[in-house]
Every structure is written in structure tokens, then in C-alpha cells.
Design a protein around this ligand. Structure first.
Ligand code: KIV
Length: 271
């Protein structure tokens, strides 16, 4: 019997077991109660309350503006909807880069005020002290390497990362340091598939890829992108499973027509 069909609650330990057995890990984002409820019922292993909420929910161009209070609001809604999946919450930009005390204080707020199971933060060697301090308080940490959207102004573009040898070596080194510091998993975003596979082989902890090829231990997509609610974002790695944009548009247009033609409400739809 596969591990994912046996477990009633996904933990970081379950994810390690899945990697050991070669079972792929499925992760999706969610930011609100209603969608998180459906995602949890689907059997997805990890729900990420990503700071992509800044783009998807608030319409910002980058992930930088979202605040810790915003993330806590989204995460608490998701946790209320979740019984099986492991809920991981992004530490937003500006709430952990200052120093490890600030990183711990932000993580404690997330854990206390949302009931989530872990935090995620972007970066390599520069965040090791913070990872260790957060872990010393018993809070599991997920890493995030490759394309790190909170550093967009440093790079100026969202192109594929670590395409040359030096960058690839640095990424492997960062990944090993995060593992040694105690991270339970690492997201690898938009890097060559060969590198994604190599990092996944070198590490004992699971890797979760987004645009990092099929050799990682799991995959993650932004829910609104894979459902086709968002339309403007179309990177090569994105598989759209639905076109909810058109379905919602069609349903809402039908409603407007029915209101205007006085077809809605009918006899049965009133008291
Ligand atoms: O914020 C987010 O949604 C993420 C995923 C893209 C991994 O970090």
C-alpha cells in the first residue's frame, strides 16, 4: 500500500518516508478556506500558503508587498479548512532577512496565530543561522532555491536560474547547507531539469520542483495557474488542467442575462 494512501495526516516524517520509497510528493498553493477545503479533500500532500498570494490574491506585480499580517490571515483560513495535508506558510519579504531573531519572531507568529505546521523561506547560506534558530524552537523549515521571487530586484528577470556551472555548484552547496541545518524539504524553482535531478540525488531530504524537471521528489504549482483562473502567466513548466477563467466568465454572463431578462429568480427560487 502506498504511503500517501495510508496516512491520515501528512507530517514531515511522512514526506521523508515518501522520498525513501520513491513516491512522488504533490504540493499546491492555497490562500483561502473554500479552495483549501477542496484541495485537502483531493489528497494533495502539502498545501503551501505561498507569498504568491501577493500576485494572485492582491494583484501586486511582485511578492514583495505582502505583509506578515496578510500571510497570517490567509494561512489561518487555509488551516481551518485542512485536516490531512501538511500546511506550510511562506515567510514574506522583510520578515526574516534582517536577522535570525526577527526570523524566529515572524515564524512564531505564524505558528501561534495560524496553526500551520511549517514555514518556508527563500535563500541559501545567508539564511542558515535563521533556519537553525527557527528549528531550535521546534518549527520545521522548508527551503527555497533557484528562482527566488523575493530577490527579483537583484536579478531583474524571472529567467531560468543556475544555467552555468558556478551557479549550479553554488545551488548544490546551498542545498546541502540547508539540509545540514535541518530543513525538512527544499523547493527548487525554475532551474535546468538535470540540475533538479542532481540535487535530488545528492540530498536525503525531499526536493519539490516548480519548473525543475521530472527528477525532483515532488512537484508544486500555483493553484490559480493550474486551474486557469490566471491567464496572463504562461511559463513553459505550467500545465493548465482547466480553464476556469472562461467557465467563470460564462457562468457570470449567464447570470447577468437571466437577471436582465427576469428569468432569475423563477417561481421556485423565491418565498
Ligand atoms: O509563493 C509560492 O507560491 C511559491 C511557489 C511557487 C513554490 O513559493
Amino acid at each position: 500500500m502506498s504511503i500517501h494512501s495510508r496516512v491520515r495526516k501528512v507530517t514531515t516524517h511522512v514526506l521523508h518516508e515518501m522520498k525513501l520509497k520513491g513516491e512522488k510528493i504533490a504540493m499546491l498553493t492555497a490562500y483561502d478556506y473554500s479552495l483549501a477545503r477542496i484541495i485537502d479533500q483531493s489528497g494533495v500532500d502539502i498545501i503551501l500558503v505561498g507569498d504568491s498570494a501577493s500576485n494572485v490574491m492582491a494583484g501586486h506585480e511582485t511578492t514583495l508587498p505582502i505583509t506578515l499580517d496578510n500571510m497570517i490571515y490567509h494561512a489561518a483560513s487555509v488551516v481551518r479548512a485542512t485536516s490531512r495535508s501538511l500546511v506550510v506558510v511562506d515567510l514574506p519579504f522583510g520578515t526574516y532577512q534582517g536577522n535570525s531573531r526577527e526570523a524566529l519572531a515572524s515564524s512564531i507568529r505564524i505558528m501561534k496565530e495560524t496553526g500551520a505546521s511549517a514555514v518556508k523561506m527563500e535563500g541559501g547560506v545567508e539564511i542558515i543561522e535563521s533556519v537553525e534558530r527557527i528549528l531550535s524552537a521546534g518549527i520545521p523549515v522548508m527551503g527555497h532555491l533557484g528562482l527566488t521571487p523575493q530577490a527579483i530586484h537583484k536579478f531583474g528577470t524571472y529567467v531560468v536560474r543556475a544555467t552555468d556551472n558556478d551557479e549550479a555548484d553554488k545551488l548544490i552547496d546551498d542545498a546541502q547547507k540547508l539540509e545540514e541545518a535541518g530543513c525538512f524539504a527544499i523547493v527548487l524553482e525554475k532551474i535546468p531539469a538535470k540540475l533538479g535531478e542532481k540535487v535530488s540525488k545528492v540530498l536525503r531530504i525531499p526536493t519539490i520542483g516548480i519548473g525543475a524537471g521530472g527528477g525532483t521528489d515532488g512537484q508544486v504549482l500555483v493553484l490559480h495557474d493550474m486551474l486557469g483562473i490566471t491567464q496572463e502567466f504562461s511559463p513553459r513548466f505550467l500545465r493548465r488542467y482547466h480553464n476556469l477563467n472562461d467557465e467563470i466568465l460564462g457562468a457570470v454572463k449567464s447570470y447577468i442575462e437571466d437577471v436582465r431578462s427576469m428569468d432569475f429568480p423563477n417561481e421556485k427560487e423565491q418565498y
